[in-house]
Design a protein around this ligand. Structure first.
Ligand code: RET
Length: 264
């Protein structure tokens, strides 16, 4: 990581509040995905379970990032100066290493493909996701832009591969879906491109001439917004797809069949 810059009270607080907001979002999403399971057919519940795992893992990491941010700065004469304690950026990469493969798993599971197809697709995508994150990390902690560019480019290769495979497979799966899930699966493709595309853009901030306090704030706020959209927002869309497929499959809650919920 580059040397930590001195921040104004406004810059420090913006990141502080953003991290706090992200923790709250992840915890709320965790509760939602657990509770929402009973509203979808059993075969889609695993997707919601994986969504809950993703936001649970992220909630923990954001808690740690928040603590690290607090410890890394101290208020001296009205400005936040580096305290000498490092700000640990590895939490983000460890978080992605775990959650990116799980996000792929959620999506593939909710498509409910044949077992053989699903297995092959998951293996390719999980391996590529791990490479993408692992190759990005040495660039993230490098303090010169050449090293950053080299690792960033290496990480872009599996990134593009993932997008091409997912786009192609989603495209094929979409054709055989009933109407409502079809619209939602089309939308989730856009959400995926828009949110995942944001990470390499934030990574490139130093190349765009952003340095020091500005770059640090853009990176922290940018990654946090992207994480809320790519984990909690995306999980809600997975839930919507699971609900639509549940309806299309004609599944109803067992209590509704026996009429126990008729007055509810
Ligand atoms: C890095 C390094 C620069 C090149 C590329 C990157 C891609 C990162 C991505 C991260 C996605 C993270 C998600 C997290 C949500 O849980 C590593 C920044 C291509 C795509 C979706």
């Amino acid at each position: 990581m580059f040397e930590l810059p001195t921040l104004t009270v406004g810059q420090y607080s913006l990141v502080y509040n953003m991290l706090s907001f992200t923790i709250a979002s992840m915890l709320a999403a965790f509760v939602f995905f657990i509770m929402a399971q009973s509203r979808v057919a059993p075969k889609y519940r695993i997707s919601l379970m994986v969504s809950a795992l993703v936001v649970g893992i992220a909630g923990y990491h954001y808690w740690r990032i928040f603590g690290s941010w607090e410890g890394a700065f101290e208020l001296v004469n009205g400005a936040y100066e580096p305290s000498g304690e490092p700000f640990n950026d590895a939490y983000r990469y460890v978080d992605w290493l775990l959650t990116v493969p799980l996000l792929v798993v959620e999506l593939v599971l909710v498509m409910a493909l044949s077992r053989a197809k699903q297995g092959k697709l998951l293996t390719k995508l999980i391996i590529a996701s791990a490479f993408m994150i692992a190759l990005g990390y040495p660039g993230e902690i490098a303090d010169d832009n050449v090293t950053r560019a080299i690792w960033g480019t290496a990480s872009t290769v599996p990134f593009v591969y993932i997008l091409v495979v997912l786009w192609g497979e989603l495209g094929k799966a979409i054709e055989s879906q009933p109407e409502r899930p079809r619209v939602l699966l089309k939308n989730i493709r856009y959400l995926l491109i828009a949110t995942w595309g944001f990470y390499p853009l934030a990574y490139m901030a130093p190349f765009a001439g952003l340095t020091g306090a500005g770059a640090e704030v853009v990176l922290q706020v940018g990654y946090s917004i992207a994480d809320v959209a790519a984990k909690a927002g995306y999980g809600v869309m997975i839930y919507a797809i699971a609900r639509a497929k549940t309806d299309a499959d004609g599944w109803v809650k067992p209590e509704q069949v026996t009429g126990q919920e008729a007055t509810a």
